[in-house]
Design a protein around this ligand. Structure first.
Ligand code: NOJ
Length: 745
C-alpha cells in the first residue's frame, strides 16, 4: 500500500516535471481524475467474473444499416459483449445501452465504434485528399466536425486515423491515409487525433480515436491488399512508426492491430510491436483492438494451429480486444486452466478497455441525446466547412496558357464524363453514414455557379469501366456545341479502399479514348480527376490544357471544384504522394536512397529503366496555383551548429502574379554521409501561406536534433556530425539549396 502511494507520488512529480506543451497536447484527464479512474477500474475488475471480463474483450459487428443484431441484447444483458462496431443512431445505441445500464449485473456501458474516416454524415475529402491541403488546421477541423456528428449519433469511438505510410499506388488503401511521407503523415496524425478527441474526449462533441493499422500494413508486397510485409526494424522506425508515435504523443486512446504478416510474425500477434514498442517504449496506456477477424486469421497465416492457439498468441502479444471472431471468449477459460494465459494478462486487457470507457465519461453519461442528433448532423455550418476544406485540398497539376480559371459568364459549357454527375463516387470509399443524395456532383456545382445565361449541357460519354463507346458521339456533339468543356474522369470510389488493389494504374475503361475524342474537337477543355490513388496519366499530362486533381472531395465536392474552376478559390493543394509514369516504377517515392549508381541518363550502368524515365510524372509536394511564386534569398543562421544545436533556415517567397494565392513552402534535408545511408531528400518542415499579389514574406524554419537525427547503426536515434544539404522550395524536386555542417570541425 505504502509503495503504491510512493509510486503515485513519484508519478505525479514526474508528470509535473514534464514539459508543459506535451502535457497540454495530450487528450487525457487531469491526474486526480486519472487516479480516481484507476481506483474505479480496480474496484470493478475485482467484482468481475471471468465471463464478464472476456465479454469486455469482445467487439461484434452490427448490421450495415446501423442496427444491432438480436443476439447482442442477450449478450449485453449477461455482460458478454463490451463493444460493437457499426451500430449507430441514437435510438439504437440508447436502446442497447439501456440494457447494459439497467439490466446487466455490473452496469458497464457499451462502447459503440464506427469507421468515421473522413466524416460521419457530412463527408469531407478522402484522407489522401485532405492531406493534399497540407493544412493541419483544416484537417483537424474536418476531424472535429466528424467527431461532433458521430458522437451526436451515439458513436463513441472512431476507427481512425489510418496512419499507414504507403509508397505503392497499387494498394487500394493508399486513399485512406496521408500518403508516402513520415513527416507529413505525423503532422496529419496529430491533427486528426486532436480533431477527433479534442483535449478531453468525454466532451459531447468528441470521440476517442484509433491509430491503425499497427503496423506496416502499407508495405504489402506488390500493393496487393492483405499481403505479406517484410520490413526491417530500421524502416519500421524511420518510415512506418513516426505517424503512430505522433498519434501516441497526441494522446490517441486506442490502436488497431493490422492484418499483415510482419516479417514472419503477424501484426496481430507481434509482441515486439504491440508490447515492446507500444507499451514499453511509448508508454501507451489505452487498448489495442484487433482488425476484423485478424485474430482468427492467425490460423490461415500459419502462426496458430487453431482458435485457442490464435487467442493465446494475440492476447499474450498485446491485442486486448478481439473484433468479430470470438476466440478469446471461446477459449479463454480453457487457456487459463492450462496456464497458457495468465489471469494478469486478461485483467490488464480489461483494465485498458475500462480505462477508455471511463475516460469517455460513459459511466456518467452512457446515453446520447436525440436533440443533438437532430441539430448537429449535416448542419449548414458543417456543409460550409466541407466545401471550404474540399476546395483547399484540390491540386492543380497543369494549367497551360492560363486555361483556368473559367469565366462564370461563358455562353456555354459542356460537362462530360462518367464522374461528372455521380453522387455516389464523390463520397469516396469509406463514407461513414454519408447519404448519396446529400452529395453535390460536379455538374450540380457548375450549374449553381454559372450565370443564368450560361448554357450547361451534360453527356456521360462512357462508364468508368467497361468497353462501350456508345456515348462518345453524344459527348463529341456536346463538346462541339460548347465554348468550353469540363471533363470528369478517374476511378469509381469502389476502385480504391479496402480489398481494392489494382495492378494497372491507367484510367480504367474507355476514358482515355473519350478524352482523346474531346481533344480532337480542338475545343478548350479541362480534365477533372476523381481518384483514390496516383494514376498513370501521361497522355493527359502531355496533351490536355489543364488538369485538376480532386480525389474524392466529399459531400460538397461539386461546389468546391466549381469554386476552384471558376477562380473563387485559388488552388493551393500539393500532392502528398508521387505520381508514376508507369506502374512498373512502383513503389516510387521521393525520399528514396541514392544507390551507388544513381540514375544518370548518360550512363547505361546506372539505376534506371530502359523503357521509361526514372523520374515521376508528378513529384511529391507538387501543385500549381493561378498565380506564380518566386523563392529567393535562402538564409541559414550559421554555417555550422553543434550536434545538439539548432539552425534557422529562412527564405523569401514572393507572389509575382496578379491574384492572391497560397504556396506551400517545403523544407527538405539531406545528410550527405552517415553511418547508414540516408534518403536523397527528407521533408522536415512546411508552411502553407497566403500572399497577396506583389506581397513578399520571409518564411522561417528551425532544424534541430529531432529533424537532423536518425536511427544509427545501433538503431539509436542520434545526430551524426558532418555535412548536410537543405532545400527550400515549392515541391520535392525544385527549390533553393544551401548547406551546413553539424559538429565540431
Ligand atoms: C477492416 C479494416 O481493415 C479496418 O480499417 C476497419 O476499421 C475495420 N474493418 C472495421 O470496419
Amino acid at each position: 500500500m505504502k509503495l503504491a502511494r510512493l509510486l503515485c507520488l513519484l508519478l505525479s512529480l514526474a508528470l509535473l516535471a514534464a514539459p508543459r506543451m506535451v502535457v497540454a497536447q495530450r487528450a487525457q484527464p487531469a491526474r486526480n481524475a486519472q487516479a480516481d479512474i484507476e481506483r474505479r477500474i480496480n474496484a470493478l475488475v475485482a467484482r468481475m467474473t471471468l465471463a464478464e471480463k472476456l465479454g469486455q474483450l469482445q467487439i461484434l459487428d452490427g448490421e450495415a444499416n446501423g442496427n444491432f443484431r438480436p443476439e447482442h441484447r442477450d449478450m449485453v444483458r449477461k455482460g458478454l459483449l463490451g463493444s460493437t462496431l457499426n451500430v449507430r443512431g441514437v435510438a439504437r445505441t440508447n436502446e442497447l445501452q439501456h440494457i447494459a445500464m439497467d439490466e446487466s449485473r455490473l452496469k458497464i456501458p457499451v462502447l459503440f465504434g464506427f469507421d468515421v474516416i473522413h466524416g460521419y454524415r457530412t463527408i469531407f475529402p478522402v484522407p489522401l485528399g485532405e492531406t493534399s491541403s497540407w493544412d493541419a488546421a483544416a484537417v483537424e477541423r474536418a476531424a472535429s466536425i466528424a467527431a461532433d456528428e458521430a458522437r451526436a449519433a451515439g458513436v463513441h469511438w472512431t476507427f481512425a486515423p489510418m496512419l499507414d505510410i504507403a509508397r505503392d499506388a497499387r494498394w487500394g488503401r493508399i486513399v485512406e491515409g496521408a500518403g508516402e511521407d513520415p513527416y507529413l503523415g505525423s503532422v496529419m496524425a496529430r491533427a486528426r487525433v486532436r480533431g477527433f478527441q479534442g483535449t478531453d474526449y468525454s466532451a459531447p462533441d468528441r470521440v476517442v480515436a484509433c491509430a491503425k493499422h499497427w503496423v506496416a500494413y502499407g508495405a504489402v508486397e506488390a500493393g496487393r491488399d492483405y499481403n505479406t510485409t517484410n520490413v526491417s526494424e530500421r524502416a519500421l522506425r524511420e518510415i512506418y512508426f513516426p505517424p503512430f508515435k505522433a498519434a501516441t504523443d497526441a494522446g490517441v486512446g486506442t490502436y488497431m492491430s493490422a492484418f499483415n504478416d510482419l516479417d514472419g510474425v503477424p501484426a496481430s500477434a507481434n509482441p515486439f510491436t504491440l508490447t515492446r514498442v507500444l507499451r514499453g517504449e511509448w508508454k501507451f496506456d489505452g487498448f489495442v483492438v484487433s482488425d476484423y477477424t485478424s485474430v482468427e486469421e492467425l490460423i490461415k497465416h500459419g502462426l496458430a494451429a487453431d482458435g485457442a492457439d490464435a487467442a493465446q498468441a494475440a492476447l499474450n502479444a498485446g491485442v486486448d480486444m478481439e473484433m468479430v471472431s470470438r476466440n478469446y471468449n471461446q477459449h479463454g477459460a480453457q487457456l487459463l486452466k492450462e496456464g497458457k494465459l495468465s489471469p494478469a494478462v486478461i485483467d490488464e486487457a480489461v483494465r485498458r478497455i475500462l480505462r477508455i470507457k471511463f475516460r469517455l465519461g460513459l459511466f456518467e453519461h452512457p446515453y446520447a441525446d436525440e436533440a443533438r442528433e437532430r441539430s448537429e448532423i449535416l448542419s449548414p455550418q458543417h456543409r460550409a466547412a466541407a466545401r471550404e476544406i474540399a476546395a483547399r485540398s484540390l491540386v492543380l497539376l497543369k494549367n497551360e496558357r492560363g486555361a483556368l480559371p473559367l469565366s462564370a459568364s461563358a455562353r456555354s459549357i459542356a460537362v462530360i464524363g462518367p464522374l461528372a454527375d455521380s453522387q455516389e463516387d464523390v463520397l469516396g470509399s469509406w463514407n461513414g453514414d454519408g447519404h448519396i443524395e446529400d452529395a453535390v456532383t460536379l455538374l450540380a456545382g457548375i450549374k449553381a455557379k454559372v450565370s443564368p445565361k450560361t448554357k450547361v449541357t451534360y453527356a456521360k460519354g462512357c462508364d468508368v469501366s467497361g468497353d462501350s463507346t456508345a456515348g462518345f458521339d453524344e459527348a463529341v456533339r456536346a463538346a462541339r456545341a460548347a465554348d468550353f468543356i469540363i471533363l470528369a474522369v478517374g476511378e469509381a470510389a469502389a476502385m480504391s479502399g479496402e480489398a481494392s488493389s489494382r495492378a494497372q494504374l491507367d484510367l480504367p475503361g474507355r476514358q482515355l479514348d473519350l478524352i482523346k475524342a474531346i481533344h480532337a474537337t480542338g475545343k478548350p477543355y479541362v480534365v477533372v480527376l476523381m481518384n483514390g490513388r496516383p494514376l498513370t496519366i501521361n497522355w493527359v499530362a502531355e496533351n490536355s490544357p489543364a488538369l485538376l486533381e480532386t480525389w474524392f472531395a466529399g459531400t460538397e465536392a461539386g461546389n468546391a471544384i466549381a469554386d476552384v474552376l471558376f477562380g473563387d478559390v485559388n488552388p493551393g493543394g500539393k500532392l502528398p504522394i508521387t505520381f508514376p509514369r508507369a506502374v512498373g516504377q512502383e513503389p516510387l517515392y521521393y525520399n528514396h536512397k541514392n544507390t551507388g549508381r544513381p540514375p544518370d541518363p548518360n550512363n547505361k550502368y546506372s539505376s534506371k529503366y530502359l523503357d521509361v524515365p526514372f523520374t515521376p510524372l508528378y513529384p511529391f509536394g507538387y501543385g500549381l496555383s493561378y498565380t506564380q511564386f518566386q523563392f529567393s534569398n535562402l538564409q541559414l543562421s550559421a554555417p555550422r551548429i553543434p550536434v545538439s544545436g539548432h539552425l534557422n533556415v529562412s527564405v523569401e517567397v514572393a507572389n509575382t502574379g496578379r491574384r492572391a494565392g497560397d504556396e506551400v513552402v517545403q523544407l527538405y534535408i539531406h545528410d550527405v554521409a552517415a553511418s547508414v545511408t540516408r534518403p536523397v531528400r527528407e521533408l522536415k518542415g512546411f508552411q502553407r501561406i497566403t500572399l497577396q499579389p506583389g506581397e513578399r514574406r520571409r518564411v522561417s524554419f528551425t532544424l534541430g536534433p529531432a529533424e537532423l537525427g536518425f536511427y544509427n547503426r545501433e538503431l539509436r536515434f542520434a545526430v551524426e556530425p558532418g555535412a548536410f544539404q537543405v532545400f527550400v522550395g515549392p515541391n520535392s524536386v525544385e527549390g533553393l539549396e544551401g548547406s551546413f555542417e553539424v559538429g565540431a570541425r
